[in-house]
Design a binder for this molecule. Sequence first.
Ligand SMILES: [Zn+2]
Length: 249
Amino acid sequence: MDFRPLLDAIASARRPVFFTGAGVSTLCGIPDFRGPNGVYRDPDAARMFEIALFDEDPSFFYRKADSLVYGNDGTKPGPVHEALAALQRSGLCAGVVTQNIDGLHERAGSSPVFAVHGSAATHHCRTCGDMKTFEEIRAIRGGVPGAVPRCKICGGVYKPDITFFGEALPEAAFDGAVRLASSADLVVVLGSSLTVQPAASIPPLALRAGGRLAIVNRGETPLDRLAFFRADDLAAFARAALAFAAARG
Ligand SMILES: [Zn+2]
């Protein structure tokens, strides 16, 4: 696959924006929560994101989350996360919209990142609202399996700002994503099948404003016919984009 037409479009765009889904995180070993190998096939794992259960027994979530969310198994940003951060350093990324909850774009250095299903990049105390970063929560948990991080101020439990079942989508992130995509002259969809609404309604906003759409995803998406560039191999895109950014300095 020749990614040159896509990379040239990214380089000549005024405001290139990237929209990422589960395919980006599965490249670094995080399961696709909704995909064919997703944890939602395990009914126990699906329950970990129920807000009522979290408030009743937060240890259920934190036991499951050790590897899935907190990377106690060493999960790090993957090739696409690194590629987007490198493009940004070269002035070739105006922002990232992601459906992923793992906070890996933030950890790789992308900014702004609008996580439309919420993110573990920040946590809030359920009782007093105190905020802690991902790294602070990791430090509080101290690598103890299943440890529930508690607030020093009030003794409450910290919950990641991931959107759980039974919670509203994060309005500020969604509004930010809409503004970003509406102002983009190019949206590049990476690793999303564009089937989960309302997130999937975001990339087409660029088309309405006269922008262009490119899609790199294994498998079809409902917007394929609207894309000027379409490819399957996300890992190959990441390699090409990293090399492109490095060559531009
Ligand atoms: Zn508190």
